[in-house]
Every structure is written in C-alpha cells, then in structure tokens.
Design a protein around this ligand. Structure first.
Ligand code: FPP
Length: 244
C-alpha cells in the first residue's frame, strides 16, 4: 500500500525511451515523443491527485539541441502544442508551471507561450510542475559560478562567503526543495546531466518501461519502492531515528 503521508515532496523524472518505443513500431522518433506527451499528461495528473508538491520533468536537455533538426523541431512543436492544449487543465488543477533551463535558446513560439503560462500560473498552489527544458546541470552550475565570480569581481561578495546555500540560490531550482526521488524510465542507469547538484541525496529508481508506456501503476510501484528505502543523508540509522 502507498503511504500518502510519506510521498516524496519533490519527484524528478528522466523520461527516456520515446525513440525506442517508436522504433519498435516502425514509426518516426517524433511519434514516440507524441506518445511520451500523453504519458506526461497521465503522470502529471496522478502526481497532482496523490499530492506530490513538486514534479520536475526532464523534457529537453541542453545536449538535445544536437539531435537531428527534424526531431528537435518535432519536439518543440509538441511542447508548444502541449502548453496550448493543457493550459486550461493546468489552471483548473491549480498547478504552477516553471522552467528550469536556458530560456533564450528555446524558439520564440514555445518561449512566448511558456512564459505566458508561467506568468498566468504563478499564484497556483496545489503543485509545482518544473519543465527542465534546454536544461543541463553542468551548464546550470557554471552559470551560478559565473554569477558568483561577478559578485566577487565587483567587491560585493567575499570568496569565503560562498557556501552551499549561496550557490544553490543561483541555480534554476531556487526555492525548490532538492528532489527526494528521481525516476528514470527506459532501462538506462544514469543521470544524463539532470539535477546533478540537487540530487546529492536523492533516491534513484530505474524502470525498464519505455516512457510512453509508463502509467499510474508504474508510478505507484516506484513510490512504494521509495517508501521502503532508508534515507540516511550521511548519518547512521540510529542518528536518523533520534532526529527524523
Ligand atoms: C528521451 O527519449 C526523451 C526526450 C529527449 C524528450 C522527452 C519529451 C517528451 C516526453 C514529450 C514532450 C514533453 C512534454 C513535457 C510535453 P529518447 O528519444 O532519448 O528515447 P531513446 O533513448 O529510446 O532514443
């Protein structure tokens, strides 16, 4: 049974396997992404229903710009369609949307729609849906380092004042708790430049299911596995029991 009082506060998902799903059906990769967008809808709804407060989806990595032009265009079109199609439901379900990643690289038609949705949904409170789009964790850390360096160069920050909190505040995830759980579908066991700083103590669950096939029961299975894990954050079990 799923314990609704012990859900991850922040769940991250690496949605992998769209390409293989399409390939297995002799269809273009974009057809896999389209089916992936349907899985996004299912999983967002289920997370919202269960009461997960933060959901981050790895929709498009900084490295994905290097994919064939047709696939990149297909994905951008899908994202644009997704925003338009889901807008009303996102508002009705009181979901706040944010973007993690480099906004200026995203084509204007997606960027403008997304910015409008981010603005319109900014006071929604039931769940935060973070779209990691044109996102790379190393790029994110470099960007934060550059901002810290600028403050040091201008004399407004002493090097000794840099700590985890000051760096964290300059990441795209400012004000988001670290992910408690990261699920990766598609069978590969790696993080692929996703939330590297924030995942220091995240539980990782790998599912062999290809993303378009991932459904509510797969999500619940992963959440049950998460609830069986013992999180120690570098301490001993005994210490964790004293200070839950
Ligand atoms: C990885 O599968 C998936 C992506 C690069 C894109 C994820 C995008 C979606 C699920 C659709 C749109 C998103 C939203 C938020 C509406 P892959 O292509 O690397 O699969 P493969 O490893 O089988 O080739």
């Amino acid at each position: 049974m799923l314990d609704r009082s012990r859900l991850p506060t922040h769940l991250g998902i690496i949605m992998d396997g769209n390409g293989r799903w399409a390939q297995q059906r002799g269809r273009p990769r974009v057809a896999g992404h389209r089916a992936g967008a349907r899985a996004v809808r299912r999983v967002v709804r289920e997370c919202r229903r269960l009461g997960i407060s933060y959901l981050t989806l790895y929709a498009f990595s900084a490295q994905n710009w290097g994919r064939p032009r047709q696939e990149v265009e297909g994905l951008m079109n899908l994202l644009g369609e997704f925003i338009a199609r889901e807008w009303q439901e996102i508002m009705r379900r009181d979901i706040r949307v944010i973007q993690l990643g480099e906004q200026r690289k995203v084509p204007a038609f997606v960027r403008q729609r997304l910015q409008a949705l981010i603005k319109t949904s900014r006071h929604n409170r039931s769940m935060t849906l973070a779209l990691a789009l044109s996102y790379g964790a190393r790029e994110e850390i470099v960007r934060a380092a550059r901002r810290l360096a600028r403050r040091i160069a201008s004399g407004s920050l002493a090097p000794g004042a840099i700590d985890e909190a000051s760096l964290s505040r300059l990441l795209y995830t400012t004000n988001l708790p670290d992910p408690d759980l990261i699920i990766r579908t598609g069978g590969e066991k790696r993080l692929s430049n996703f939330l590297l700083w924030q995942s220091a103590y995240s539980e990782l669950i790998f599912s062999r299911k290809l993303w378009p096939d991932f459904d509510e029961s797969d999500l619940q299975r992963a959440l049950r596995e998460f609830q069986r894990r013992r999180r120690r954050f570098g301490l001993t079990d005994e210490q964790r029991q004293e200070k839950p």
